[in-house]
Design a protein around this ligand. Structure first.
Ligand SMILES: [Zn+2]
Length: 174
């Protein structure tokens, strides 16, 4: 199936000898080798080295200025939110510490919570939601040694004994 290309030059007969062929092959090899020797610096400079690939990948993955600004704004907003929550917590604490747990007419503003498994009664203030608890075991948030939460004994509220007596006295006549 080999068709002779019309443009192909016929090889002169005197060049078909093995010696001439060997000579031409050697010449060709030398020419190609010389060409590559000359090109070597260029080839080296355009070669994709691991360092270059890493640099391109780093550039591609680097966050843009907009993304950086976005993250910074979110951080600022979260910090402000944490501050607000902390301020509100302190205000509530102060209010509850100063709360008499009584209505203006002198009646106790307390109710009991008695659905605990240890059958102890907790007092809750209906004015400021103060929780006045006896000493009790509490399961706190988990940490690395206690994946199901860390149990600890919570000390009684300093006014619990007095207030539960007042509560029982107030409700004994009913
Ligand atoms: Zn109260």
């Amino acid at each position: 199936m080999s068709e002779k290309n019309e443009n192909e030059m016929a090889i002169p007969k005197e060049l078909m000898t093995p010696a001439a062929q060997a000579y031409m092959n050697a010449q060709l090899r030398e020419t190609i080798a010389a060409m590559f020797r000359e090109l070597a610096p260029t080839l080296q400079s355009i070669a994709l080295t691991p360092e270059k690939i890493q640099a391109m990948e780093d550039a591609r993955r680097a966050p843009s200025d907009t993304q950086v600004a976005h993250v910074k704004r979110e951080e600022r907003e979260r910090a402000m939110q944490r501050e607000d929550i902390e301020t509100a917590r302190k205000q509530r604490e102060t209010m509850q510490n100063n709360c008499p747990h009584k209505y203006p007419n002198g009646l106790l503003a307390l109710a009991t919570i008695s659905n605990r498994p240890d059958r102890q009664r907790l007092l809750i203030c209906l004015k400021n939601h103060c929780l006045i608890a006896p000493g009790m075991w509490v399961v706190g948030p988990p940490d690395k040694d206690n994946p199901r939460g860390r149990a600890y004994f919570d000390k009684p509220h300093p006014d619990y004994a007095r207030l539960i007596r007042e509560y029982d006295t107030a409700h004994s006549g009913q």
